[in-house]
Design a protein around this ligand. Structure first.
Ligand code: UDP
Length: 468
């Protein structure tokens, strides 16, 4: 007898590391539940020295997921860097249409930045879902964007420190909105507004969070209170936290973990700033001075500072020259209690290591979830994208972090680094934060167990697709 053909789902991630990681995990869950999973990939317009090996490792380790590279598209070369992803996706629409029309899947799941593909899905009558790789509070804001737009004639940048109020989320200074939204006349702003509208055309929105982490935002979204009037909010599915289940394609991974093995439990401050975070040479020296003054143990991922024309973020990251970058004698003086790694660390495994006691993070959502899943309290130092909003939510709403003062000024001072690190590692306040994070970790893990809130949500969604 022939077994019935598995329903097929196509995942369409955007090519950045922070977007690939969780979409791949979602794919693994779909495959485990009996769907045939294909990941359609566009060429990354950015540095792929991290994502290249990652994707190679993932595809080798997951034979039940297929990968399909769409043909390369031709960019003009004059696109602003913050439009590159949107443009690659838009220009890939004809290729995506050819691919989907060949073997029409039951469902397509789109990354936020791939919203332009909803036109292809509509044309081919393929049910389209969005996947939000950030949290429900960011989703609440995005769903409300058109309303905020209509309420004001000023850009977020002009509003400055004025608070932005949106249903279901903590108010935040306008300068902290998603960084690409600062100028309301810019191309990326328009692209985000489009994305927001497109979400209301979808069959549903899948979010990488668990409901009880962000209950206020979730209730508000589900009640339809974020939507512009006249638009119905599609169903929202919290299926997370999904974090990468294995470290693949990481050089030097063992060095970090072997060093952590020699450190006391809960004693190490881990500093890492996402796949793109970089500090000026001056800021790097201040972090070094702060860590040295703190007297704490640390594991620090150091990158080379951005070159003068830092807008070229597609440029490949050169390895940092630590002797030139760090204060003289720093490495010798901190030997034994500190380890500096160049460019990249196996972050998930580092956070999960017993020796780590605190995470200084740029608040990218994957980093936040990896920290939560490891029960490690966070010191928030947001840099780009939606991270400044995340930092506000983490500190004021979820109460899982304290922020490093000065992140929105020219530099964070060495004294501030030393003070906050010490507070976190060695104060009653720090201990309370750690306990709270551990409690949230336990709830996160429960959400993923069979019958847990996220597991049940995912099961229900996939069953509905299989029955359809
Ligand atoms: N990451 C890593 N090592 C590093 C820096 C980042 O493994 O040195 C991983 C991290 O574990 C996370 C992802 O890269 O899974 C970054 O995603 P996030 O959403 O935190 O930030 P983004 O890179 O999108 O700003």
């Amino acid at each position: 007898t022939m077994s019935p053909r598995k329903p097929q789902v196509v995942l369409y991630p955007s090519p950045g590391m922070g977007h690939l990681v969780s979409m791949i995990e979602l794919g693994k869950l779909f495959a485990a539940r009996g769907l045939a999973v294909t990941v359609a990939l566009v060429d990354s317009p950015h540095d792929t020295s991290a994502t290249g090996p990652f994707l190679a490792g993932v595809s080798a380790a997951n034979p039940d997921i297929s990968f399909h590279r769409l043909p390369q598209v031709k960019l003009l070369g004059s696109e602003p860097p913050e439009m590159l992803t949107f443009e690659v996706v838009r220009l890939s629409n004809p290729h995506l249409r050819d691919f989907l029309a060949g073997d029409t899947p039951a469902v397509i799941v789109l990354d936020f930045f791939c919203g332009a593909a909803i036109n292809v899905a509509t044309e081919l009558r393929i049910p389209a879902y969005f996947f939000c790789t950030s949290g429900a509070q960011i989703l609440a804001f995005l769903l409300h964007l058109a309303v905020l737009h209509g309420k004001s004639t000023r850009s977020f940048r002009e509003m400055g420190q004025e608070l932005v109020h949106a249903p279901g989320i903590t108010s935040f200074p306008a300068t902290h909105a998603i960084q690409r939204l600062m100028d309301r006349d810019s191309a990326p702003y328009k692209a985000f507004l489009n994305m927001s509208t497109n979400m209301f055309r979808s069959q549903g929105i899948i979010v990488n969070t668990f409901r009880s982490l962000e209950p206020r935002a979730m209730d508000t979204i589900v009640a339809g209170l974020c939507a512009p009037s006249g638009l119905r909010t599609p169903p929202v599915y919290c299926i997370g936290p999904l974090i990468k289940s294995e470290e693949v394609g990481v050089k030097r991974g063992d060095e970090c973990l072997a060093w952590l093995d020699t450190q006391p439990k809960g004693s190490v401050v881990f500093l890492s700033f996402g796949s793109l975070g970089r500090f000026s040479a001056k800021q790097t020296r201040k972090v070094a001075a702060g860590l040295e003054a703190s007297g704490q143990r640390f594991l620090w991922v150091v990158r080379s500072p951005p070159s003068d024309n830092s807008s070229k973020n597609s440029e490949k990251l050169p390895e940092p020259d630590l002797d030139a970058l760090l204060p003289q004698g720093f490495l010798e003086r901190t030997q034994g209690r500190g380890l500096v790694v160049k460019s990249w660390a196996p972050q998930r495994d580092v956070l999960a290591h017993d020796a780590v006691g605190c995470f200084v993070t740029h608040c990218g959502w994957n980093s936040v979830l990896e920290s939560v899943m490891a029960g490690v309290p966070m010191l928030a130092w947001p840099l780009y994208a939606e991270q400044l909003m995340n930092a506000v939510f983490l500190e004021k709403e979820m109460e899982l972090a304290v922020t490093m003062k000065g992140y929105d000024k020219e530099v964070v001072k060495a004294e501030e680094v030393a003070k906050k690190v010490r507070w976190m590692m060695d104060s009653d306040g720090g201990r309370v934060l750690r306990e709270r994070t551990l409690a949230v970790m336990r709830r996160a893990k429960e959400a993923l167990l069979e019958g847990g809130e996220s597991e049940a949500t995912l099961a229900g969604l996939v069953d509905a697709w299989i029955r359809a």
